[in-house]
Write a protein that binds this ligand. Structure first.
Ligand SMILES: *Cc1c(COP(=O)(O)O)cnc(C)c1O
Length: 500
């Protein structure tokens, strides 16, 4: 059922019962809102109200104001949570709840139907291949942590990314931790890191006793600003500091501007750990994302483009580093009959069963990329009438997976408009999120050094304040996608452009 602009559900008290019946029919929502000339909600009218009026002998030509006075309509305010709305619906046995603003004006209508059908930001999407491969892992009795699926998953992923070696881990965060340790990060070191990212990119730096220095984004790709990186490298160099490593993040399915970042880091002798957790399947100038760093990390967490429920991968071309990663991820046991230990390791290996899921998911990766890109295009086309909104660009040479469809609202009141939109979507049971809150704004990292894109231009802060990620799961059906388009359009106060 298509969503309608609220105005189509509103009638003045002078409208006749006959008008109301015709409008109920045309709008098919089961409810109308009677509003005064200020838009204030006077009452609601349902089929039942009209039926009872007919039985009471009220003429169809009578105005709505002639209906027997109803109790005050059951409404909620703009701050109401979804739970408040559901409780009201249950308590009053109603299926519609109008939302009114502080002045009593009708601003929205919530239906029980939408509350029963949540649209998720990015939910796991599993197919038949995965089930077959997990079954095989069970029947071949390879439930133990290691087994043939782990090795095959590593080989298959490495081939896809165009790197020589890969070590499967229990999470992307574990792979980042291993990667930094393998690059030699020790207490007291400085490690550069993109500020606009999920906290897991930065935490292992801190956990290894090193100090993160955060780098701003550039406005095009939203990823690490080469300009800010150059400023940081120069400033640190002047102070006699060579960062031990740089964690370069590829955000929301899009590679960072590697042609600028790689030579800069090389010039100062800083190895790159590429955080490709969100960019599996993307490419930059024809080269797969995750093939640029000395080491790179992927994640197969539940909301990523493909998932093993939880899992990760550390990849690279240096066999010694990846071998060492495998050793450290399995408690760092030395080759001996007994348990001999020289270094301290971790229990970070991916299980064989989960690797089976991963192999099945790898086979459908290309489809998942296509679905997510199609969702992004649909949003962008449908919302092309919205002003003051900038979609995350896909600059020349980039091929993004559009893991999450993201845009940023611009202007002074961007954050207030973003919050109003997110509240509105949540009321309608649609899960949208703000863009990551940058690390330099996190209490956890307060006091950390931060290099802005430009004097007076904190790009990642602006992307956070006005940025919205829309539901982007590859398993969203057509109805859910148009529902999100229509809701976002309504939330932004524009009309949906229908596809040509
Ligand atoms: C998801 C994610 C991670 C962490 O991966 P997990 O598998 O959840 O531990 C790291 N970095 C970024 C940018 C991510 O989005």
């Amino acid at each position: 059922m298509a969503l309608l602009p609220l105005a189509q559900l509103c009638l003045p008290p002078a409208a006749t019962l006959h008008d109301a019946l015709a409008r109920l029919d045309a709008t098919a929502q089961g409810i109308l809102l009677v509003t005064d000339d200020q838009g204030r909600l006077l009452r609601t009218v349902t089929d039942g109200d009209l039926r009872r009026a007919a039985l009471a002998g009220i003429a169809p030509t009578a105005p709505l104001s002639a209906l027997p006075t109803a109790h005050a309509p059951h409404t909620v305010g703009l701050q109401a949570s979804q739970r408040d709305v559901l409780e009201l619906m249950d308590a009053q046995r109603i299926d519609h709840v109008p939302v009114v603003d502080a002045d009593g004006r009708a601003v929205d209508l919530i239906t029980r139907r939408e509350l029963s059908q949540r649209v998720w930001l990015s939910s796991p999407h599993l197919g038949e291949d995965e089930v077959a491969l997990v079954q095989e892992a069970f029947s071949s009795n390879w439930i133990a942590p290691l087994g043939p699926h782990v090795d095959a998953f590593e080989r298959e992923l490495a081939a896809l990314v165009g790197v020589r070696h890969a070590a499967a881990t229990s999470s992307g965060t574990a792979a980042l931790h291993l990667g930094l340790r393998l690059l030699g990060v020790r207490p007291g070191d400085v490690v550069l890191c993109s500020s606009l990212t999920f906290v897991a990119s930065a935490n292992p730096i801190k956990q290894l006793g090193a100090t993160p220095v955060f780098i701003d984004s550039e406005p095009q790709s939203w990823n690490m600003s080469p300009q800010a990186l150059a400023a940081a490298l120069e400033a640190l160099h002047a102070a006699g500091i060579t960062p031990r490593a740089a964690v370069v993040v590829n955000l929301y399915g899009q590679s960072a501007e590697m042609d600028s970042l790689v030579p800069l880091l090389q010039q100062y002798g800083v190895p790159m750990l590429e955080d490709a957790a969100e960019s599996l399947g993307a490419s930059y100038k024809g080269r797969p994302s995750g093939s640029f760093g000395k080491l790179a990390v992927f994640s197969f967490n539940g909301n990523k483009i493909i998932t093993t429920s939880g899992g990760g991968m550390l990849v690279g071309n240096d066999p010694a580093l990846i071998d060492h990663a495998r050793k450290l991820s399995t408690q760092a046991r030395e080759p001996a009959r007994h348990y001999e230990h020289v270094e301290d390791g971790y229990n970070y290996r991916l299980s064989n069963v989960l690797a089976g899921i991963g192999r099945g998911q790898l086979r459908v990766l290309e489809h998942r990329v296509q679905s997510r890109r199609a969702i992004f295009s649909q949003y962008r086309d449908a919302l092309s009438a919205a002003l003051g909104l900038r979609w995350m660009e896909e600059p020349e040479g980039h091929h993004s997976t559009r893991w999450l469809s993201a845009f940023v609202l611009e202007g002074d009141d961007a954050q207030a408009r973003r919050d109003a939109l997110l509240d509105f979507l949540e009321r309608h049971n649609v899960e949208a999120r703000p863009v990551w809150k940058p690390m330099h704004l996190q209490p956890l990292y307060s006091g950390s050094r931060y290099f802005q894109h430009d004097a007076g231009q904190d790009v990642s802060r602006a992307l956070f304040e006005g940025g919205v990620c829309l539901p982007s799961g590859s398993n969203m059906n057509a109805a859910q996608r148009s529902r999100v388009c229509e809701l976002v359009a309504r939330g932004l106060g524009v009309a949906v452009r229908s596809a040509a």
